[in-house]
Design a protein around this ligand. Structure first.
Ligand SMILES: [Fe+2]
Length: 205
């Protein structure tokens, strides 16, 4: 029968993971490191600040899509359930690209929900469920906010010579958001399902 060891085992100090270390911030939010990008430091700081707003709003609309993916109901449930998830994934990719650009410019990316909530311009939705027209309208308003901000920031980045930030905002953020607007806005068109209407006759609500 095995006997129980009561003595303290020898500690293998070299192989011991050095856990339980107090977190030490190495770069506070809002500060910049200088990266050898051939860009003026003020330009990098301005781009990082502009991208921070777009990042906070992108993370928020990403989560809005996930909320609606879970909470959607009604006759178009299946289609919207899948479409909202597709847009959620596309927004997640955008958030990653924006956050990584902030880091490569020498800035610090926002990441956690409570920090994002303090910066985003998109209004907080209720915790509960909304019907499809309210869900889609809320998403469209959020998209429009992002589009206005992104176009403005893209122009400012181009004027300052930061072509990479301009390209990210135009080629990825603006184009993705514009296309998503189209795909969800069409769900708010009164469209007849079975019988075509007469001239001038609108479809029933
Ligand atoms: Fe899901």
């Amino acid at each position: 029968m095995a006997t129980t060891t009561t003595t303290t085992p020898a500690r293998a100090t070299q192989a011991q993971p050095q856990d339980r270390q107090a977190g030490r911030e190495i770069q506070p939010f809002g500060t910049m490191t200088r990266m050898p990008l051939g860009l003026d430091e003020r330009t990098c700081a301005a781009s990082a600040e502009a991208l921070t707003q777009v990042l906070a709003d992108t993370i928020t609309i990403r989560d809005l899509y996930l909320k609606h993916h879970w909470q959607v109901g009604g006759p178009t449930f299946y289609e919207l359930h899948l479409l909202f998830e597709k847009h959620y994934k596309e927004q997640a990719e955008l958030a990653d690209a924006i956050a990584e650009r902030i880091q490569l410019l020498g800035g610090v990316s926002l990441a956690m929900g409570h920090d994002v909530a303090e910066v985003t311009q998109i209004p907080r939705p209720p915790r509960g469920r909304e019907d499809v027209p309210a869900q889609v309208s809320r998403l469209l308003a959020a998209h429009e906010m992002i589009l206005r901000q992104s176009r403005l920031s893209a122009r400012e980045a181009a004027e300052a010579g930061d072509d990479g930030t301009n390209d990210l905002l135009v080629s990825e953020v603006v184009r993705t958001n514009e296309k998503q607007v189209w795909f969800i806005a069409e769900h708010l068109v009164r469209m007849r399902l079975v019988e075509s209407g007469q001239d001038g006759e609108t479809a029933p609500a």
